[in-house]
Design a binder for this molecule. Structure first.
Ligand code: FRU
Length: 478
């Protein structure tokens, strides 16, 4: 039997998603019973956003992933009749508790509901709603994020919101005690900010989706939010690094862009026992949809839309900048020795890589790297250093010979001197990281059908090493 990536050259080999259907936000990232669980917004019936369920993958090591049965489905006539929307999950005393947003026709807000499981596979929905109504003064209300406060052991919950005055906000609740996950008391606004566009141009007036809290110890932390503007399509995943305040709230002055590319949204966090904070996000399609959430013909024909990012480690640098790197477990996906290793200066052909590959790249001056995917050299994804600013420009203007693919170029701040990059490629997605911890994610749709080859451009010097990546034996997704 062929794999899904063999049948459809744009289907990822390593990025999580089921063989068919629509995928958006990662939900309920949790370590339960020795396994990492990754739930996600999933429509099993079509490649469009509708009728949302929670799909489910689990893994003992972040490498071998098993696709499990759907964890949560809408209940006909119930509070979530129109969709089990985003949320998260925690594991306590052998029970996995999922918190989600219950979508029902005719209700502008999505109250918080919950479900529990002991085997981590089969769930029982909690009777009734956990938080039936938002507090007064809100214009949007959904996407619970529950975490344990290290200072007093109490469980806390953020919910994404918009205030009536137009500010995007994360409101918060506290549970009755360290053993309680059902009795939640409203604590007010955790953090809100004036309705200025976020970096990337997204207007916060729509509200903040999927608010998450990243605690970094000593009262320092970051609020992560996603916002998008349905009118313009502008979107942003922003992080507000700052401090917890004595009244239990949070303060921050300046948002940072979490990902500098066009296709990364709704990141979700998983604190793991070794102290790391892991993060997954939704990587959407950039095929022919007029705007996100309304796929066109090409996406429909493919029968699938969206995938989850690879896991990243999120840290706070001494300078207050949030940094990301691919989770170190992913190094084990490298197949044996480097398949390519080259350095020099000026334009050169370097050799071929497989459509799932891991590159380490150094670019100085105006050096660039092209991933050429057709025989004639007309179709290529391009990365080049801008010597004036030090930015790395990631350009997909020519990355697909199919005119329906979205185009454009994005800048990744990479500092002075040479740019040091890690590039993870997987059939139709590139995740690019700088040594300074900045990231850029984008989709591209090669139709050229040639073996993928790397070429350098410009006159600057370069060094490139590449490894082919393979799904570990026994973990192939078909
Ligand atoms: C973010 C989001 C969430 C919502 C979910 C619905 O992408 O809009 O706010 O809960 O997706 O699928």
């Amino acid at each position: 039997m062929s794999t899904a990536s063999e049948r459809d050259p744009h289907f990822p080999a390593l990025h999580l998603r089921p063989p068919t259907g629509w995928v958006n936000d990662p939900n309920g990232l949790v370590l339960h019973d020795g396994k990492y669980h990754v739930f996600f917004q999933y429509n099993p019936h079509s490649a469009r956003h509708a009728d949302m369920h929670w799909g489910h993958f689990a893994s003992p090591d972040l490498l071998h992933w098993e696709l499990l049965p759907i964890a949560l489905a809408p209940t006909e006539g119930g509070e979530d009749a129109e969709g089990v929307w985003s949320g998260n999950a925690v594991s306590r005393d052998g029970t996995l508790t999922a918190f989600y947003s219950a979508k029902r026709p005719g209700r502008w807000y999505q109250p918080i509901a919950s479900a529990t499981s002991t085997d981590g596979v089969h769930f029982t929905k909690h009777e009734g709603l956990l938080i039936p109504e938002p507090a007064p003064g809100l214009r949007m209300f959904r996407d619970p994020y529950v975490w344990r406060d290290q200072s007093d052991g109490r469980w806390r919950m953020l919910v994404g919101a918009a205030l009536e005055d137009g500010r995007g906000a994360a409101v918060h609740y506290a549970s009755a005690g360290p053993d309680d996950l059902t009795d939640w008391t409203y604590q007010g606004v955790f953090f809100a900010h004036a309705p200025a566009p976020l970096p990337g141009g997204a207007n916060t007036e729509e509200g903040w989706e999927c608010a998450q809290y990243a605690p970094f110890g000593g009262g320092r932390g970051a609020v992560l939010v996603s916002a998008w503007d349905p009118e313009t399509g502008a979107q942003c995943t922003a992080a507000w690094p700052g401090r917890e305040t004595p009244d239990g709230g949070f303060t921050s002055d300046t948002p940072q862009r979490l990902d500098h590319g066009p296709d990364f949204y709704a990141p979700a966090l998983l604190p793991v026992p070794d102290g790391r904070l892991l993060m997954w996000a939704w990587i959407w399609e950039a095929r022919d949809e007029p705007y996100v959430g309304a796929p066109g013909e090409w996406t429909d024909q493919a029968g699938w839309a969206g995938m989850l990012s690879l896991p990243r480690e999120l840290t706070l640098g001494d300078d207050g900048t949030l940094r990301q790197r691919p989770a170190r477990e992913l190094d084990k996906l490298r197949t044996g020795d480097r398949c390519l290793h080259a350095h020099g200066q000026g334009p050169a052909g370097l050799g071929t890589v497989s459509p799932a590959a891991d590159l380490e790249v150094r670019l100085a001056g105006d050096a660039g790297l092209r991933l050429v995917t057709d025989a004639q050299g007309h179709e290529y994804l391009s990365l080049h250093r801008d010597p004036a600013t030090g930015d790395v420009v990631v350009d997909r203007s020519r990355a697909s010979l199919d005119a329906r693919a979205k185009r454009g170029a994005w800048r990744l701040p990479a500092g002075e001197g040479e740019a040091q990059l890690r590039v993870l490629l997987d059939h139709s997605v590139a995740e690019v990281f700088t040594a300074e911890g900045q990231a850029l994610t984008l989709r591209f749709y090669p139709v050229g059908r040639a073996a993928w080859r790397l070429e350098t451009t410009g006159q600057g010097s370069y060094a490139v090493a590449a490894w082919d990546l393979t799904v570990p034996a026994g973990a192939e997704r078909r």
